[in-house]
Ligand binder design. Sequence first.
Ligand code: FAD
Ligand code: UDP
Length: 370
Amino acid sequence: MSQQATLVIGAGYAGSVMARELADAGHRVHVIDKRLHIAGNAYDELDEHGVLVHRYGPHIFHTNGERIFEYLSRFTQWRPYEHRVRGVINGMAYPFPINCDTLNRLYGLDLDEAGAATFFERVREPREPVLTSEDVVLNSVGRDLYEKFFLNYTRKQWGLDPSQLKAGVAARIPVRTNTDDRYFTDTFQAMPLHGYTKMFEAMLNHPNISVELGVDFAEVRQRGGAYGHLVYTGPIDAYFDFRFGHLPYRSLRFEHEHLAGVAQYQETGTINYPNDHAYTRITEFKHLTGQQHPGTSIVREYPQAEGDPYYPVPRAENEALFKRYEALAKEEKGVTFVGRLAQYRYYNMDQVVGAALVAAKRFLGKDDDV
Ligand code: FAD
Ligand code: UDP
């Protein structure tokens, strides 16, 4: 066992799961985050009106990984929640992802499931191979639906045309011939009963774990802090001082608003605005949390290039640059790189938990490396 504490950079999922796994195995762990709170981008808190909000945009937990759900269940109880989204086209809100009802309402049709399948077959533009997000959507639903629901949303969200993004981005969104209007169909869909931050508090509440907030890794590096192993969950290019140039990360500006005396603002948790406004979507938190309150709180998301890194940008040239950093990371002794920013992957929360559990196992199995 190492003598010195392991230092974990970042108190989000990647850092907190790693910290807990190492602590449970008997290691001392010191977690730092440059922000003044734990939970990373999943951070939630009561706003000044007492409504539980997600400071960094809506976070809905969903997974098919029973092991991951069980793991997090050690730290929280759950509230079952199935997210629903509408897409507004010409002032009308339609079920999104596109399903049979979307087609019927949009085009004034009366299709059943088989009819919807025939419809898609008729309008789709077959693409072979399917490489980009444009290919994905045209290949499945054709040009009109692409232009109505995907083209401008994607341009707004990424500052790029769907043809410039890898297939995986748009492939996150299914196309349905039935009338299922849930955003996700995973086996486990639930919200932490008392919020994400409380779940992280429980995860980090361990005699072997200490947490220090408001500290940037750059400071620790400068003063030459003594630690054993390092777990780094920040942006990988920053770790290597941008040696090969900056990896693009997409950012957002969150505009939070409380509406006093409005019990419910919109019909579903999130409403997407592909073609209107500078923001992509509005989320009303009470749908997600089930909170009862005479007022309501919403957030609008404005995509932007500058600011905190929220999304890796999945395109071939960025992945090639990431690979160069990853090669450096592999050579870096005594450091584990894990998480959405360090692995430059468009990970959902459950996938980060999975990645951290794998990284922890690897680390614990190779303890004498440290
Ligand atoms: P982060 O949560 O980003 O944590 C990294 C931490 O490291 C941060 O707290 C940061 O402050 C800290 N850090 C970085 N650099 C340094 C440094 N130099 N010194 C000290 N600390 C540092 N996933 C879902 O499953 N469902 C959703 O509905 C969902 N919605 C999302 C909505 C938005 C708007 C965004 C941006 C993401 C969403 N996600 C969602 C993805 C989810 O947020 C991530 O998968 C997850 O939070 C990533 O965890 P992480 O630990 O890798 O990174
Ligand atoms: N997308 C779109 N229109 C929508 C919703 C999503 O074109 O109404 C595309 C867009 O490119 C987006 C991607 O699908 O970035 C993935 O959407 P998701 O809702 O999964 O994004 P996230 O919640 O991760 O921001």
